[in-house]
Design a protein around this ligand. Structure first.
Ligand SMILES: [Fe+2]
Length: 402
């Protein structure tokens, strides 16, 4: 069962991966056939690895660039592989020999890397941050994190990311009340995503507004930039001044509302998940449109995105029977969003910065009396991929499984 005690293998094969792949479990049994390898683990789990996947993921310097660590192996240029032998070496790692037409190749896989790529293990890890739908009871559980803890302590930013992924909303307190300070908070995660409103925008009442946000009107619950094919992922909203009458912020978990709609009116849910609606923003300098469904699910029916913004809804043309059904379905979802049982009401105070998932949590505000004082917020957007990357970098430095 054991391969040669090659000294080069004593630290385990490098897997062309910056992420640590640590596991307390060892390989205790091995079976192979031409189509793959089946491993038994010390905790009783069994993992099957297919020959195509194993060969494609070889990490040797012929198959991965030795510095960039990116794949250089091009499977379409090689004959289909078969496994001709497989062994566990003296370090407990896997060595597999492949035959591909006239060629043979040997690949080595660290047991920690194999364990983290076991299908069930991958699914379990993804579940660490499964979204937890919420209603107005979130007010008691809303995660509030001190700005200096977030900026300076890995555990602070980890808590922020975890709350954002699980609840889709998280609040920072004690942010220095300085214009553009939200950009510093954003850059803790990654680069800011600009839009047609710039790198960031000031939410103030303007005499000649080009968007509803720049008025003192109330804003129905909505997602931002619904008129973009890829709306921004995460919105940051920073309160600099707030002493007007009114202007409280409102949030609702679109996933929770959509799930309740699916439970109570499957027909309306299915229509909103399949029938595109046009969204449009236009001013003197641009006309940006897209068509998309209000509700987006993956193939398994899991909610992926809510897209709803009344003032950006374009003049979508529907056949008459669909038109009546669509107005009814949108109306149903909208009335549910207005139900106080789903709404989180917050009075953002100066120095507070709220972040929320723009594909899940809708936001709005009560009207305010512009002449009664000052209200000044600043907003910007960041990318989900950068949020996830921060989490992986924290795991990497902590030595957790990648
Ligand atoms: Fe908005």
């Amino acid at each position: 069962m054991l391969a040669s005690d090659d000294p080069a293998l004593t630290s385990g094969p490098a897997m062309a991966d910056f992420a640590p792949h640590v596991t307390p479990y060892s390989i205790v049994s091995l079976q192979f056939d031409p189509k793959g390898v089946t491993l038994g683990w010390s905790d009783g789990r069994s993992s099957r690895f297919h020959v195509l996947w194993l060969r494609d993921n070889c990490a040797c310097s012929q198959c991965r660039h030795p510095i960039a660590l990116e794949r250089t192996y091009i499977f379409i240029d090689h004959a289909a592989p078969v496994v001709t032998s497989a062994e566990v070496d003296s370090r407990g790692d896997l060595e597999v020999r492949f035959q591909q037409g006239p060629d043979s190749h040997v690949s080595r896989f660290s047991h920690g890397w194999l364990r983290t790529h076991d299908l069930a293990e991958s699914l379990a890890r993804a579940g660490d941050f499964t979204p937890q739908p919420w209603d107005n009871q979130i007010a008691k559980r809303l995660r509030r994190i001190d700005y200096s803890h977030y900026m300076a302590d890995p555990e602070g930013v980890r808590a922020w990311v975890a709350a954002l992924k699980v609840h889709g909303v998280v609040l920072l307190e004690g942010v220095p009340q300085v214009s553009r300070q939200l950009l510093e908070a954003a850059k803790r995660i990654g680069p800011v995503r600009p839009s047609n409103f710039g790198e960031y925008y000031d939410v103030v009442s303007m005499p000649k507004p080009n968007a509803s946000a720049y008025t003192s009107m109330g804003l129905e619950l909505h997602t931002d930039l619904a008129n973009w094919r890829y709306p921004p992922d995460i919105q940051l909203l920073f309160c600099l001044k707030s002493n007007v009458e009114g202007g409280d912020s409102v949030f609702a978990d679109g996933f929770r509302v959509a799930e309740d709609l699916r439970d109570t009116d499957r027909e309306a849910f299915d229509l909103l998940a399949t029938q595109p609606v046009e969204y449009r923003f236009h001013d003197a300098s641009c006309d940006i449109r897209t068509s998309a469904t209000l509700i987006e699910t993956d193939r398994g029916g899991n909610l992926q995105r809510i897209r709803f913004n009344n003032w950006l809804r374009g003049a979508t043309v529907f056949p008459e029977p669909v038109l009546e059904q669509m107005y009814a379905a949108i109306g149903k979802l909208w009335r549910m969003l207005r139900d106080p049982k789903y709404q989180l009401h917050l009075r953002l105070r100066p120095g507070e910065l709220i972040a929320y998932d723009n594909h899940r949590v809708l936001h709005g505000r009560a009207p305010f009396e512009a002449a009664s004082g000052e209200r000044h917020l600043q907003g910007c957007y960041i990318n989900r991929e950068d949020v996830d990357s921060v989490l992986r970098m924290l795991d990497r430095s902590a030595g957790a499984p990648g």
